[in-house]
Design a protein around this ligand. Structure first.
Ligand SMILES: [Zn+2]
Ligand SMILES: [Zn+2]
Length: 256
């Protein structure tokens, strides 16, 4: 058994709030530089760029395990991640979620175009539906959808005062999610105390659910701020899933 390092929440150029250089060509080298072995692309309500990342990685960085993912925003305006074993399941879920997205309304000024790329990093299209608004699906149905497609279900940034399970529901349910994700900003406190504080509320972390940290990077420099160490037997989706149940080690590796 060896320890590998994961960052399972990174946005690409498809997310309208992400930098324009969030392409495979820029992200893979940074992943390697920061000692990360497995990463996932989780764009808002879409999986349209995961194929480009997979194909680029297969060709140039076969030692890195890339997993396709999605960050769904539900009707309750809370975010969570689905991490898939393969492109087929990821793309099917992406299509279903797309069916419930609102047609594009005028883009806010800070929003960038929602670019679909190929594995060369070239822009081959634009998503016209609003990825930055909630999808027409509630939390429970979205979790069922992800499970049907063999995904690991991760509650995003549970320590944040918005778009999180704690901010929208006020609790951490112990049956809905496979894994809970803590933001870089809270990692130190969580490592030390196994709890986090939000708006004067102290949330003890349930012992039965694995905890990870991810960067939720929207820019290249954010990749590598934190990572999660996971003991695994084999560097693949199943190995990662089993490893997270065993143990996870949250690491702050430095803010640039
Ligand atoms: Zn989020
Ligand atoms: Zn995110």
């Amino acid at each position: 058994m060896s320890v590998i390092y994961a960052d399972l929440h990174i946005h690409s150029i498809l997310s309208p709030c992400a930098d324009r250089n969030m392409t495979p060509q820029n992200i893979y080298p940074r992943i390697v530089e920061k000692g990360i072995n497995v990463f996932a692309i989780c764009d808002h309500n879409s999986t349209k760029n995961v194929r480009a990342f997979y194909e680029f990685g297969q060709k140039w960085f076969p030692q890195i395990l890339f997993l396709p993912g999605i960050e769904i925003e539900t009707k309750e305006e809370l975010h969570f991640l689905g991490i898939f074993p393969d492109l087929e399941n990821a793309e099917k879920v992406g299509e279903i979620i797309r069916g419930g997205l609102k047609e594009e309304i005028k883009r806010a000024e800070f929003m960038e175009p929602q670019c679909i790329i190929n594995s060369d990093g070239e822009i081959i299209g634009e998503e016209t539906k609003s990825l930055y608004l909630s999808a027409e699906i509630d939390l429970e149905d979205a979790v069922v959808l992800l499970r049907r497609h063999n995904a690991v279900v991760i509650a995003s940034h549970i320590d944040r005062p918005s778009y999180s399970i704690t901010s929208q529901l006020g609790i951490i349910p112990d049956s809905l999610f496979d894994v809970l994700e803590i933001s870089p900003i809270s990692v130190r406190r969580v490592i030390e105390k196994k709890e986090f504080v939000l708006r004067n509320m102290v949330y003890p972390l349930p012992e039965s659910i694995p905890i990870i940290t991810s960067t939720d990077a929207h820019s290249i420099d954010e990749i590598g701020h934190v990572r999660t160490g996971i003991p695994i037997n084999k560097l693949n989706f199943e190995g990662l899933k089993e490893g997270m149940k065993e143990n996870t080690m949250l690491e702050v590796i430095g803010f640039d």
